[in-house]
Each structure stands twice: as C-alpha cells, then as structure tokens.
Design a binder for this molecule. Sequence first.
Ligand code: GLU
Length: 422
Amino acid sequence: MSTTATKTAETNAYDVALENFDLAANALELDDNLRAMIKYPERELAVSVPVRMDTGKVIRFQGYRVQHSTMRGPAKGGIRFHPNVTIDEVKALATWMTWKCAVVNIPYGGGKGGITCNPKEMSMGELERMTRRYASAILPIIGPEKDIPAPDVYTTPQIMAWIMDTYSMMKGYPVTGVVTGKPISIGGSLGRNEATARGCFYTTRASLVHLNIPLPQARVVVQGFGNAGSIAATLFHEAGAKVIAVSDTRGCIFNAKGLDMPAVVAFKAKTGSVAGFPGADRITPEALLALDCEVLIPAALENAITEENAHAVRAKIVSEAANGPVTPEADRILDSKGIFLIPDILCNAGGVTVSYFEWVQDENHLFWDENDVNAKLEKIMVRSFNDVLKIHTDKKVNMRLAANMLGVGRVAEACRIRGLYP
Ligand code: GLU
C-alpha cells in the first residue's frame, strides 16, 4: 500500500516474527533446546529467475522459497509476487505459516515463497514464463509430501495452474497435490477462493458475539481490496453488517450509510480500482484507519498499523486478514486501548485450511461439494477461535500472544516427541 511503504521499509517483518516467537516461548516457559530446534527456518532457497520479456530483452528476477518447519507435516504456504519481496519478508511469512497451521491444527509445517517483481507491469506471457522458470528452480524442494505452495499477494489460481503443469511435465505424470488454490478444472477445491475471507468472517462474527455486539449493528472498514478484503467486505454486507469504507492502492472510499458492496466489486472489476466509486466520498488512508467503527479489517500488507497511527484507531475489533499488518508497538497501543485483536495466524487461517481440504481431495481423488467445504471450515475456525480465546481468558494474555502460545506450543510438542536427529 502506498501509505505503508515507508513503514514497511523500517519495520522488518522477520524481526517481528522472532519477537513474537520469544514472547510465546517465554510465556510457555519453553526449554532452550526446543527453542533452538523450532525457532529458525529449516531451509532457505534463493533462486535466480531470468525471463525473456515481450521486447526480447532478458530480465533477471530474484526468487525465494523458505521452509520454516516440517515438524508437523510438509511445509505449506503461499507464493507472493510483489516489488517489496525480500528474503526477510519471506522468512517471516514462512514462520507465521508454521504457527498458523498449528493453531488450526492441520498437519502441516510452514513455508513461503516470493519473487521480487511488479506483476501489474507484466503481460500474461511474461508472468507465465516467470512462474514456470521459478517453479523449475524450486522444483527439487517442493512436492505434495514435501512443500505445497499456494496463492498469496498478487498470485492467482492461473499461476498455480502453471506451477502444477510445470511440475507435472517434469515428473511425467499429473501431480495435482503439488499446489493448492488451483482452478477447479484441475483439482482445485470449491470454496478455496473465498476461504481466507470466510475464515475472517467466522472469527470476527465469534468476536462480535464475545463482545455482545449484534452483527447487524457492526460498521465494518476494510483496508485492501484483493482476494481477502473484497470477499470479506462482501460476506459482511451479505450478513447484514454495514461496510462503511474500503480501500485499495489507488484510494479509499467512505459512505456512512454503508457501501453497496456488489456495486463496489463490479466497479473495481470494470475500472481496476474502488477509487472514484460514485456512491461514496473519497477519504485519506489515515482517515480510513481512524474511522469510528466496530470492525477494522487490515487486508493488505504488513505494517499497516504502526506506533504512528495505532492511537487513532477507534474500532472495537481489529481482524487481521493480512499477514503481519500490526507491528508489536502498535499491538501494545491497541491493547492499552482495550481493542480486541484477532491475530493473523487465526483470522486468515481459513485460506490454508481449505488448501488442506484441497490437498486431501487431490490425494484421495474424491471431491466434496461447497457446503461440505464451508461447514468443515466453519467448524475448524470456530474451534480454533475458542481454543485461542480460552488461553486469552485463562492465562490473561492478549489474543496475539494466546494464538502464538497455541501454535508454538503444538509445534514444540511435536518436536519434543520426535526428538533430535541424529
Ligand atoms: N497465502 C495464504 C496464507 O498466508 C494461504 C497459504 C496456503 O493456502 O497455503 O495463509
């Protein structure tokens, strides 16, 4: 996001990931030997990705795949195509995937990949060649039983299809379970596209119940209008809440009476942005975060809420649909203001949960209907929310620490029982 670019450069996401691990490990009184075994990424791969552009010129992109943990199962996590991708960002995102999969108790470790590039400036042909070359470069370390990529910021089902095809061509037979978030026609799961937003909706709805706020009275503000943000806004609108503001990289729109979400989605599909939507006023990104509302959903990138703007937040609930949108300093400020936070590794875990369902369906060659997928997702999200809430109330720790304690604790237990090789 344009407004967060400076803070993104200043706050290192991997430092944040390490700091939050230490807080959880301390609260769990984890022994030092276990800490040494689970804290750091198991494997980091940096790859060079040369691509012939449409002009004929070859441009070389930097790519990464990090496997933070395979303690509880194969590494799992998305691939990000974004100009700000760095090795530290990928390491942070991979670390968060480990705790996230453990929080929802699915049998995966954590991983993440990325390419430093600007996909908005690339043609479909260039994107396809870059994706296939990157897939070949990380091929030795991925696979359905080793590490399973998925979509993340600016990566799509089509990009997953190219990865699946590249991997399958190299193997000589179709391997659908090598990636999730694929198109339905090649082994994708119904409900996967909406799953991150749906998980955010379920955990936010549970938080509203916890705080005694009726959903129809909730005013919702969404920062970021990609897969997670746009679908979350739509789900809240459909459930009868009032979505009063949304934003994307080009602008923020506000209507105190509530935005007509299907119309906003259609407007963005036509024009490429929510900015300029006729049924709303334009506001600044700072004003959006400071709106009087019940639910604020940061659904863009890391470091959206920092020590500089956290004081201005007036929401009752902050639902982290993005990964790492609130810095540790901002956490402390939101905490002191009594704001209820649904941490990313819980709030946005719906995506990886339905990725797990997709992988299970691929491996079994047996597919479920959408109601089945959504019902199973709801069950896992509600159970996980209650697990985290219980630690929050029993141990009197904030929701971030509670979620990290649950995730880190489960990985530590797997590590303890497996022991140290050799
Ligand atoms: N990129 C998503 C996340 O951060 C989904 C990962 C997945 O489905 O593996 O959770």
